[in-house]
Design a protein around this ligand. Structure first.
Ligand code: ATP
Ligand code: MG
Length: 416
């Protein structure tokens, strides 16, 4: 799948299909506020493309610019190769689904879905057929005669979706469509939405501030911060190979170890961590002498006892276990390194016997990882305060947006 998506840029060069939506140097200012800052992205036809970022980073504004509810201050927006400048919203190909469902309360489910087609003067039989099809698709065929107030939030959102899909727009813009729903319903609808998108093959431009939602649903994710797209990549790439500390901190739980690049020549770099360890790591365009952050995801770290040597090909660092937390499928450890940085480690719970051998709070341990799992990002532009991670006050290095902290809330604190 990735190949067909990333192929868009290659195939374009070869005269292949145009991107579905294209933003070229798009900036939107509201007075002094730069809501969207020189954003350039190509969204392929049929792609599930997500704009992800914290509140106020410019997601909704980007969507409204594509929809035509706002005009860019600078830059160009093309839909199917056509410049949208001056084209009013109602004449643009994309349709929009918002967080609030905005259904007509006095109309039934099927009348709500049929509304747009009626206005367009589509033939009655054709309307009945298409509305029936859409309600089938979103799983509401049995509720066609009900009024919106007789439906749950999730069902209402499906009606809103069916109403947008019935026009078979080339592009569907969705602004936190599941935001108002409770967690369980949201999870169900995530799967549903993804299935529907696959079935209809329409380009989805989806807005969310929920990183897990973005990772599960998207073909590609644009991670936004203060109006800027910091990284635009597949879910795997933004998770495994974050390009900035912001991305590393916003997506998943990150362990950020401060250090300096000792040598780099295009490929993997040699870094000296402030904890005293030297290691080889993956790096993109870093230079010798630059300050950097080394990122290793919690599940990629191996926990050894202090006297257990790490395999020769794996770097390792000593640490002290501060806490351990039983999470059901895994046990989560917080380990403090010699330079005061704390690291989160996730050890899958395989069997009782292995669990009994795990260390507890106060134990000396060694953390080790494979070279390919350590990724280095530049300190500059990271907006992480100088020395934030080296203050030795027990705070872990924290990028902005890394507010979620360790994974899921714990079930029980392990009493070790
Ligand atoms: N009409 C407007 N007038 C002035 N400022 C605006 C306007 N619309 C958005 N902004 C500002 O632009 C920035 C981006 O807003 P936007 O609504 O795009 O953020 P968002 O990423 O959708 O956030 P959220 O997750 O909270 O919905 C914010 O600082 C916001 O205050
Ligand atoms: Mg918004």
């Amino acid at each position: 799948m990735e190949r067909t998506l990333t192929a868009s840029s290659d195939s374009r060069a070869a005269g292949g299909p145009l991107p579905s939506v294209r933003l070229v140097g798009v900036t939107k200012r509201f007075g002094d506020v730069v809501a969207v800052d020189h954003v350039s992205i190509d969204i392929a036809r049929g792609e599930f493309f997500t704009l992800l970022g914290p509140s106020g980073c410019g997601k909704t504004t980007t969507l409204r610019l594509i929809a035509g509810f706002e005009e860019p201050t600078e830059g160009t927006i093309l839909v199917d190769g056509v410049d949208m400048e001056g084209v009013p919203a109602f004449r643009r190909p994309p349709n929009t689904v918002f967080q609030s469902y905005a259904l007509f309360p006095h109309l039934s489910v099927e009348e709500n879905v049929a509304f747009g087609l009626r206005r367009k003067g589509v033939d009655k039989k054709e309307i009945a057929r298409r509305v029936g099809e859409e309600l089938e698709l979103v799983g509401l065929a049995g509720e066609r005669k009900r009024k919106p107030r007789q439906l749950s939030g999730g069902q209402q959102q499906r009606v809103a979706l069916a109403r947008a899909l019935v026009n078979r727009p080339a592009v569907l813009l969705l602004d936190e469509p599941l935001g108002a729903l409770d967690l369980k319903l949201r999870k169900n609808l995530q799967v549903e939405l993804k299935r529907i998108q696959r079935e209809v093959g329409i380009t989805f431009v989806y807005v969310t501030h929920d990183q897990e939602e973005a990772l599960t649903m998207s073909d590609r994710i644009a991670v936004m911060n203060r109006g800027v797209v910091e990284q635009c990549d597949t879910p795997e790439a933004v998770y495994d190979r974050p390009r900035t500390t912001f991305v590393a901190g916003f997506i998943g739980v990150s362990n950020l170890m401060p250090g300096v690049v000792v040598s780099a020549n295009g490929g993997p770099a040699r870094v000296r961590l402030d904890s005293g360890v030297e290691a080889t790591a993956q790096a993109d365009g870093l230079r010798s002498g630059e300050r950097c952050w080394a990122v290793v995801r919690p599940e990629k770290l191996t926990l050894l006892s202090a006297d257990e040597p790490a395999p020769p090909d794996r770097p390792s660092v000593r640490g002290l276990v501060e806490s351990s937390l039983y999470l059901g499928t895994a046990t989560q450890f917080v380990v403090r390194l010699p330079d005061g940085v704390t690291m989160t480690v996730l050890v899958p719970n395989v069997d009782e016997e292995a669990r009994r051998r795990l260390p507890g709070a106060g134990d000396d341990v060694r953390l080790s990882w494979a070279t390919q799992h350590m990724h280095v990002v530049r300190e500059e532009g990271s907006r992480v305060g100088e020395g934030a991670a080296t203050s030795g006050d027990g705070q872990r290095a924290q990028a902005p947006g890394d507010s979620a902290g360790p994974a899921e809330p714990a079930l029980t604190e392990e009493g070790k």
